[in-house]
Design a protein around this ligand. Structure first.
Ligand SMILES: [Zn+2]
Length: 273
């Protein structure tokens, strides 16, 4: 937007370098950086030069994470700037920095959690009920579902598509549906719900939903833990994981977008149809 090119904090001309490094606000955020030496925001080096140098900085131990915090702090400064301008919400530099460090700790915890866990001990069949199932054991009758969604910004409609395959990667069913009044952030939720409903209709009892959203796959898995702890069940969690679930076993895995061509095409075709 060229109508107003001044910084919302200090009214100096707003450039990328100004927002991220040279503004007094950014300066203060960097003071809370998790390193023993802070980023020099006064020199004239470019964003990329600072990024390159930042790889040599080591986070101090009490912050509890490894990796490079610079891009995340830049991102936090940028989003706090947008919140201030578009939502009229202001954050102090300290809040911006501390929230970033909290987020980094969460990412670190997630990474640790992702390190493959040893397979759980297999419970003898005689001790299990029909509803129990060891999620580590791949069942030959497991049905795989690839889903994708395509969203139209103008019509607020979403095309949802799913393709079911068996263990030998042979397609056994495909379908798609168009839904209206869906916001972009709710797309994944709608995608997951429809795929599960379709799987239940088809009487697939052992199901693996593949999603090309790594965030979604992780969110479902972590949400599942949360629901078990706090009993907050959405209809989808209920459908997938509760004792009244139509599935003997239901899991969600990440599937690379590069390999998700067929459902992607199906979802797009459904949206324009
Ligand atoms: Zn400024």
């Amino acid at each position: 937007m060229l109508q107003n090119i001044t910084c919302n904090h200090c009214e100096e001309p707003e450039s990328v370098d100004h927002i991220l490094f040279h503004c007094q606000y950014a300066n203060e955020v960097w003071r809370y950086g998790p390193w023993n030496q802070s980023i020099d925001t006064t020199d004239a080096s470019t964003f990329f030069e600072k990024l390159e140098r930042s790889w040599n900085l080591t986070p101090l131990p009490p912050h509890g994470f490894t990796g490079n915090a610079l891009p995340w702090i830049c991102w936090a400064i940028w989003t706090s700037r947008n919140q201030r301008i578009f939502e009229n919400r202001s954050q102090s530099p300290e809040e911006t920095a501390l929230k970033t460090i909290q987020a980094l700790k969460a990412i670190q915890a997630l990474k640790e959690w992702e390190i493959p866990q040893p397979p759980s001990l297999k419970i003898p069949k005689s001790l299990t009920t029909g509803q129990q199932h060891d999620p580590m054991v791949l069942d030959p009758s497991e049905i795989f579902c690839n889903t994708d969604a395509s969203w139209s910004h103008t019509s607020k409609e979403v095309g949802l598509a799913w393709i079911f395959t068996n263990g030998s990667a042979t397609e056994i069913f495909r379908g798609s549906i168009k839904q209206s009044a869906v916001s972009s952030p709710c797309m994944g939720e709608a995608q997951r719900r429809e795929a599960l409903l379709q799987a239940a209709t088809n009487h697939y009892s052992i199901i693996c939903i593949r999603t090309d959203s790594q965030v979604l796959a992780q969110a479902i898995t972590s949400r599942r833990k949360t629901t078990e702890l706090y009993g907050i069940l959405s209809d989808i969690d209920e459908l997938a994981f509760s004792s009244s679930s139509p599935f003997i076993n239901c899991r969600f895995t990440y599937f690379s977008r590069a390999n998700n061509g067929p459902p992607d095409g199906l979802a797009k075709a459904c949206l324009v149809a």
